[in-house]
Design a binder for this molecule. Sequence first.
Ligand code: SF4
Length: 701
Amino acid sequence: MACEVKTTCPYCGVGCGVIARVGDDGAVSVKGDPEHPANFGRLCSKGSALAETLDLDGRLLHPEIGGRRAGWDEALELVAERFSQAIAEHGPDSVAFYVSGQLLTEDYYLANKLMKGFIGSANIDTNSRLCMSSSVAGHRRAFGSDTVPGTYEDLELADLVILTGSNLAWCHPVLYQRLAAAKASRPEMKVVVIDPRRTMTADIADMHLAIAPDGDVALFNGLLAHLASSGAVDQDYVSANTNGFTEAVQAAAALDLPSLSDVTGLTQKQLRDFFRLFETTEKVVTCYSQGVNQSSAGTDKVNAILNCHLATGRIGRPGMGPFSLTGQPNAMGGREVGGLANMLAAHLDIEKEIDRDLVRRFWGATAVASKPGLKAVDMFRAVADGRIKALWIMATNPVVSMPDADAVEAAIKACPFVVVSDMQRHTDTARHAHVALPSLGWGEKDGTVTNSERRISRQRAFLPAPGEARADWWQLAEVARRMGFDEAFSHASQSAIFAEHAALSGFENDGRRDFDIGAHAAIEPAAYNDLAPFQWPQPKGTAPQGTRFFAKGEFYHADGRARFIAVQAPQARRANEAFPYTLNTGRVRDHWHTMTRTGKSARLSSHLAEPFVEIHPRDAQNIGVSDADLVVIESPHGSAVVRALVTDRQAEGNLFVPMHWNDQFASKARIDALVAPLTDPFSGQPASKNVAVRAKRFSAK
Ligand code: SF4
């Protein structure tokens, strides 16, 4: 019988509501949910094509051991046995989970609980490390918590929206649509786009600043120094709510205007105009995404931005604030449950005994990890050098997406025991699995996700599980039980896990933690099924509030005050004589990550059909290529062959290559094979931008 189900898009961090309709004949169609507060009925190209990606071609439908079909019991026993054996022989830090912002919160919660509460290691990290961990680190330094203060509505209420390191039009398309509509209705609104490329987002910009590689700290330091010298600082707010202003301004003032111009690649006039616009506009929102986060100075960039909002008190009020946009559908949910190796569940701190003790008592945990675990790049280094004996990868494809991807592939191949839980049978990673476990996909699985504005929404199943595919949380619970942790992993359903997650967030939470959804601690399955989208926090006994954080200060450092962080502009340019071009990686409009789903839609693939490099006409001329020629791009770590797209939207000296294509879709196109495993010292996030490469015309000889 035909039915309609309200669910949430599984792609980007905007988290749009979707209504999926299953017809009498089983055909699925989708439309935007007009009542969902993220999108109010809109969908982008990817969301609109969801129904075209649901076929079972290429699906992993049964557990496999060494490539042969196996039963669930046999596969789960083997996973539990090999993990237990590694732990017994080499200690808890000899095993690791590498998980994903594609997981639902309930899956994520159990994975974290098993590793950090019962195995006794914190070796669980996530592909969100590659996405927004610099924002997490920046928030924690400034606010004392990983809090995103704003809401999508702030973009519509602002008089100035700054988009830095964010191609919003392609990477968060529905949020871009909301911004473009607001700008069209309020001509006084200004938009500034800071990006080395003149992206589609820049088409609505009043000012496009084609910044030099990693010039962001210098730019926002210059802005802070300008605000201080022009009398634009909100002294009352700074005195009442912050520490460290003087030191931050001293560091920010290190470069004069000509030096700033050199470092940022912007003219002095552009700098003056930008500074003046920020100074004279009260309602400012600064959105930032991977162009800021994916840097060896990503955390400092984030804090340079936060410093400017703290200095002007433009935070936590309607139409004002810094706004980190998450890439993945549940990057934020992963942060809530401690999916990063350096965090505990419920925004608790793994480095504080009081917090470890809290989760120990709440979980009845037998072995709470006592120190941070390995972050993604270090985790795969530990796999490579043999420290990790058993690795479980869930819902992600690190052989394509990790920096130095060839080395990551070699490490996975050499690892004594690799488990991959995935929908697809032959991803570049899954083909190296000793045990492959079939997971549910979108439309089949059921749980919650949290979007960039802290809004928790339900993903609901409307299709039957194909073959023997099972939920990721079920797989984790079954392995945990077989490892001897029966009682703590006896959840009957995803709603029971969500209730436990909510209860932990409110457990002994006297307001010192930002994440609190204790109001849902006793949620029953029927109410969970009907759960409407809501924003956190929602402590016990309260209704959904739609809160903006920090309007009155009340930060999460012990003294309640925010911290300015004194940051120095890094030595930015890595390009050199041997590798003279700066490569930036990123997304295209119609594909998602490694294309295991969007690659199924002919319509989506027709937008940009093959991997390409955007190159400035003069650079193209210098290496002797014309539009559509094949180009070889090389770094000290690897090489790729892609099609030339000659365009002056690209800054001279810079190349842009999308990160989606892989060996499944085009040979020699794994662009992350070129990216050095260079990371930010605070967040551990890899620098997928500002990679030194060389380029030449492809020759078949
Ligand atoms: Fe899905 Fe993001 Fe598009 Fe919304 S904007 S439909 S969440 S991909």
